[in-house]
Each structure stands twice: as C-alpha cells, then as structure tokens.
Design a protein around this ligand. Sequence first.
Ligand code: CP
Length: 334
Amino acid sequence: MKHFLTTSDWSREELDSMLQLAAELKKTPLNSSLKGRSIALLFLNPSLRTRTSFDLGMQQLGGIAIVLQPGKDAWGLEFKTGAVMDGDAEEHIAEAAGVLSRYCDLIGLRAFPSFVDWSKDREDNVIKSLAKHSSVPVINMETIVHPCQEMAMMLTLKERMGTVAKRKMVLTWTWHPRPLNTAVANSALLMGTKFGMDVTLLCPEPAFLLDSQFMDKAKENAAESGGSLQVSHDIEAAYAGADFVYAKSWGALPYYGRPEEEYELRKKYRHFIVNEEKMALTDNGLFSHCLPLRRNIKATDGVMDARYCVALDEAENRLHVQKALMMNLLGADQ
Ligand code: CP
C-alpha cells in the first residue's frame, strides 16, 4: 500500500502517468471507477479549493467523500505517541485512523504546522502518525508540503508549454503581512526541479531560504532531471527571461514562532509584490499562484487579470489531478 505524503516518494514516471490520466479525466470527467468507494477528508485548517475539489472529484468518479473538521464537528485529535491526553484532544489518531480505515478506502489530511518550533514541524510527524495508524492510503492535503498543488501546477505548465524541461521557472517570495506556511514553496521547488526546469528561488535575503531538506532534495532532483536550481536576491535578474513566475509568501524560518520579530524583517520587502513591470521582464512568461491570494499585496490586479495569469487553470487542475491520484491509489487507473 502506498501513501501520497510527498512527491519525493514517487518517481517521475509515476507522477507523469498520473498527470496523463488527469489530462484524460479533464476531457472526460465522469466515470464510475470508484463506485462504492469513499474518502474521509480531515481538515484541521480552512480550505476552499482542496475541500471542494476532493469532494466533487470523488463524486464524479462514483464514490463519496466525508468531510470532517476535528475539533469542530468531530472530536479533537492527539497525534503524539505516548501522549498523556489531559489537554483538549478527546481522541488519539491511533483510534481515529483505525476507525476511518474500517469505513473508508482513503483518508486525506490537512494539518498546517504549529508555527511554534520548526525543528519539530519540519519532521511532518502529524501526517506520518496518521499514515502509521491507517490501513488505507493517506493523502497529504497540505502539511509542510502540498503535493496535490504541485501536481496541479505541473499539469498547468504541461498544458501551456508542452515540454517543461529547461524552461526558466522563478519561484518568488512575495510580501504578505504575516509569516505563512512554506509548504507550497517547498513543493514548487521539488516539482520544478523534478521535471527538469531551471528553477530560480528569488527571496529578499538568506533568512527566507527554504529548509535545507527541500533545498537539498531540489538540488538532487535537478542533478537527476537535467534541470538546475539557483538562488537570487536580485529581482530584475531573476525575472529576466523567465518562462514562468510562481509566487508565494512564506515565513523566515530563523524567526519561526516569533512573528513580531519576523515582521521587522519582512516589512522592508513590500516591493516583492508581483506587478506588470516585473512580468514585462520575462520572456512572455506565465504567472501563477496556488490561491488564496491577497490582491495588491502579493500580486497586482493587473497581473491577476492578465492573460498570462494561469492561477484559475491551476485551481481547476486540482480537481483533475486529485481524481487521477485517487484512482491510482485505489488501483482504478489501469
Ligand atoms: N490552494 C489551496 O490548497 O487552496 P485551499 O486552501 O482553498 O484549499
């Protein structure tokens, strides 16, 4: 049994095959390959796209989805092994995963990091704990990586570019009033390099570099795929000649858990917004973002409304790639 916790556990060929199936499902959305099958979707954090696309996607394949929000409409969960459960959590993941595995064929989990201690959060132990106790495949719906978003980004690029290898991708940090999860940035770095793109990570200063486990894995990916990875703090040089600009804001890891101190650092960098002038430096490049996005904070109205903005395509493609993923995990993709 295979889980979908990170794309790093899957080969380029396996991911490519899922992307191909996703493209077919986009043309022919309805089938009954998962009739009688079900997925439990556990959301510890809010969602618009992930929740809607998984629920609808399962229905379009003949199955059903059950959405649960532990701590709200389901019992609060404890994930730590050996925890003395005298806090708010009423149920341990050992039982919750065991029970849901008896009812459902798949379990998805969204569990953002705690934003207290990165040395703990970087281990991704919450979803690993679910996977350990589940006897059905587990899907990561965003923890410290967002593999479903990566897949949607890549499907969108393949639709627009055909071949993505050696195309210049700029992953740019953007301004936002508070430190956000690094998951989408980590994932974009992993996916771009895995598929042979020449990736430039643009951020204001070294404090905004991503965790070494993702930087190192991206370098390894690039060495295998023939792509490349470089870091830049120079906005004009990074945008110059880009085929694709992917924007995301994230928190500076050395300041993790200290948002007031981190704000003193980030407040100098409002100019990292994506605007029409910067996009004009690209080689007729595409722009995208995972959404949600604060307009005129992360990107201007002009960028979001431009023909080169493919953020809605990417959001739509979440539906198609997740259907392909569910079919693959349940052996219905043959
Ligand atoms: N991009 C994404 O995962 O969107 P939601 O947070 O709305 O699910």
